[in-house]
Write a protein that binds this ligand. Structure first.
Ligand SMILES: Cc1cc2nc3c(=O)[nH]c(=O)nc-3n(C[C@H](O)[C@H](O)[C@H](O)COP(=O)(O)O)c2cc1C
Length: 313
């Protein structure tokens, strides 16, 4: 089976997930690859050769980013007689059930073009805005995703469609939250660069929508910002101010490596039980499928407590 996962990733989390998924599908005998949406020109021929297509995105304000919706809107329509199955891999910074509504619009766009839904998989990965997760938490998230992805890919390959996770008034809520698409563009105009900038031009070169330019010794931020955080996250000098949301800025890549011993219990804030349930559900699923889930991926508190398992979605 040939498949391509088209993905958008502002700061690398979603890329890590879809690359792992492509590996897992290859292990199952699929001819799987992934491609960044911003590098895809006209995918019609490629899609025609695929049995399935995948879409990967990070949740932005309980929605798919604007660029992902645009990409899907531009995909070639399929026919009712020969619909094309699609699946979704998404990442988010927290495991709240509300993140489920993020795919509603995307699914509607694709289904209108005769793509048929065949699965949606959600992984919690560290935040790239609001606050920085501890390295310990980032490590636990990635190690957990690495164990879940092959199980989800096995379901996908076997045609087992996961049950739909509905959220009351989800469509209306997602519609309201899409104000972020407009707000991001507006706020993007307010970005600025501090004096510590070393003019490496990484931000200019890697902005996925070419929204940053450098002219006559000054940076200019246009009106197409996706709020993907790539520029501010990867800036080696932490020199980019992200407008009204500067207090929420996260700078510097996560290592995803095992943390030092004393760091292990560091993550104490924000949605604690929700994260604990996510890890508990992941452990239960991995163990049920005969895999191993190292105890180090749970905090001492989580390992002792029998939390009612509930998945990310
Ligand atoms: C503008 C913006 C909005 C976000 N909104 C949400 C959200 O609604 N829910 C959530 O759980 N995470 C949210 N996040 C966090 C990202 O979904 C998460 O960190 C994701 O893994 C980033 O993936 P990437 O590195 O592929 O861009 C948001 C991030 C950004 C930049």
């Amino acid at each position: 089976m040939k498949t391509v996962i088209y993905y958008f990733s502002g700061t690398g989390n979603t890329r890590k997930v879809v690359e792992k998924a492509a590996d897992a599908l290859q292990q199952l005998g699929w001819e799987a690859s992934c491609r960044a949406m911003e590098q895809v020109q006209s995918p019609a021929e490629e899609i025609a050769a695929c049995g399935y297509i995948g879409i990967g995105y990070p949740v932005h304000a309980f929605n798919a980013p604007a660029s992902v919706l645009r990409f899907c809107e531009a995909l070639p329509a399929q026919t009712k007689e020969a619909p094309k199955p699609f699946y979704i891999f998404k990442t988010s910074g927290e495991p709240l059930a509300l993140n489920n509504i993020s795919s509603l619009k995307l699914r509607a766009v694709l289904e209108k073009k005769n793509y048929t839904f065949c699965g949606e998989y959600h992984y919690v990965m560290p935040y790239n805005i609001i606050f920085r997760h501890s390295d310990a938490m980032a490590y636990r998230m990635w190690e957990t995703a690495k164990r879940l992805i092959p199980l989800d890919c096995a379901d996908l390959a076997a045609g087992r469609v996961p049950p739909e996770k509905k959220f009351p008034l989800g469509g209306a809520l997602a519609w309201i939250m899409r104000v972020e698409h407009w707000g991001g563009r507006w706020n993007g105009k307010k970005y600025s660069v501090e004096e510590s900038c070393i003019h490496c031009m990484k931000c200019v070169k890697t902005c996925p929508v070419h929204n940053i330019s450098y002219e006559n010794g000054a940076f200019r931020f246009g009106k197409s910002c996706l709020m993907c955080m790539r520029c501010a996250f990867q800036c080696p000098q932490n020199a980019i101010r992200i407008g009204l949301f500067n207090k929420w800025k996260v700078n510097g890549a996560y290592s995803f490596l095992p943390p030092a011993e004393e760091e292990k219990e560091q993550h104490k804030r924000y949605c604690k039980n929700s994260y604990a349930r996510y890890f508990a559900a992941a452990r239960e699923r991995v163990l049920q499928c005969g895999g191993e889930f190292p105890e180090e991926l749970l905090t001492a508190e989580e390992a002792e407590e029998e939390l009612p398992a509930r998945s990310a979605e």
